[in-house]
Ligand binder design. Sequence first.
Ligand SMILES: [Zn+2]
Length: 136
Amino acid sequence: MDKNELGPMPPMKILLWRGWRKKCPHCGKGDLYKGWLKLHEHCPECGLRYLTNEGDLLGALFFLDRALFLIPFIVLFYFHIWHPNMVLFIISGVVMLYLLVFTMPNRNGMTLAFDYYIRRSNDDISEDDFKVPEKK
Ligand SMILES: [Zn+2]
C-alpha cells in the first residue's frame, strides 16, 4: 500500500484528539478498546492493526506520564514552589491520582496515535497492517 492509498496524513492535533477520544488514529471512527483498557487488535472500521509490537507503546507512555504528571508534581513539591495547606494538599493529591488512573485509556490512545504518526512518517504501514475488519 503506498501513501496515496492511505490518504493524506491527518495533522498531529487531529491524531492526538482521536487518541484522546479512544478512536482509531487512521480513520477516527473505530474504537480502540473492547473494554476499559483492552485494545482491539485491529480497527473495527478500517482494519488498521493498532500495534505491530505491544512494547512499542510503553516507552512513549512512560514518557508522557512523566512529562504530564510526575515532573510537575516533583517540581511543585520538591522545589517548594507551591505551599499548599494540608486540605489543599490532600485534595490536589486525590485529583492527581484520579487523573492518573482514569485518563489512562485516553493517554494510552494518544500514545497510540503518536505511534501511528511515527509509523506513517517512516512508511512503516503496509497492506499487512490492514485486513478485513472484524465483524461487530
Ligand atoms: Zn480505523
